[in-house]
Write a protein that binds this ligand. Sequence first.
Ligand code: KG4
Length: 339
Amino acid sequence: MKILAFESTCDETAVAVVEDGRHVLSDQIFSQAKLHAVYGGVVPEIASRCHVESISLLTERALEEAGIRRADLDAVAVSYAPGLIGAVLVGVNFAKAVAATLKLPLIPVHHIRGHIAANYLAFPELEPPFVCLAISGGNTLIADVRSYTDMHIMGATRDDAAGECFDKTARVLGLPYPGGKPIDELSKGGDDTKYHFPVAAVEGRPYDMSFSGLKTAVINLAHHAEQTGEELDRASLAASFTKAVSDSLVPRTMQAVRACGYTKLAVAGGVAANSRIREDFRRAAEEAGLSLYIPPLRLCGDNGAMIGAQAYYEYLAGVRAGSDLNAYASMDLSGGYGR
Ligand code: KG4
């Protein structure tokens, strides 16, 4: 079954063709990051306009790259929540038009379910149940993935997402947007014990996280250094910050896997590209005897292929949208269209 999938929830316009949920026939991504970099973050209005400008061409390219005609498609899928509402609307409206014109079923996909499904593309043997930590620019949560479509949030951030915290810290360090990758590179020459940052816990909610205190601690440290004329060791600050994020994510996720009694652990989302976090998970999973799944870097960030992968399983579960499908800025991962 060949699915044409659209992703436009933030600053990547992406269109892909995926076969049977596991095989990527094409994967076109246009990142707007450079357009937003001058503003230090995503400007929603610019993101929406840019999606409008690029989505048609990317669709043509995705079909061409897949080597198929429109008539070969079996369904259309779109990421319809959560995200920047204007941006999500572009993908939803475009997908609705394509589905109506080609008389194909339309499959709505929750964006974070898509991130989780990126692992199905990278690891053909992976099947639920497993625990997945989804860490992206707008979301941070630990999900109990009971089946391909039955998921339950065990815990989530109470405030900022991990990626947002990377981006804000990068700004304090004078690094470009998006800041995750530059911090990753800078931290490699640093001493992660030089600065001490808080690792928050939420009483009574062992799997919940909080990153706003960490963000404030970085800002305060930078301001204090500026006022006292102290020179910051930027590499060590980046390394110490990344350690604090990793210490907040890795032990909690391991605890969640133990609580579920699973043998498999997956990580997904843009922040899953972080080399320190990947290494900390690798070590923790090895010690615990768990199978660890983290997609290659290209599948960590937003892409259309992950939406096509999850769409296949949503389709098998009977999920279909009508022409009244709407876009949503926020939505619980465990709920969703028709549930
Ligand atoms: O999943 P994603 O592409 O978009 C959302 O769905 O939000 O994630 C983007 C986030 C940004 O905050 C970016 O700074 C972060 O992923 N990121 C990283 C790395 N690469 C991207 N964070 C830490 N280390 C990285 N290597």
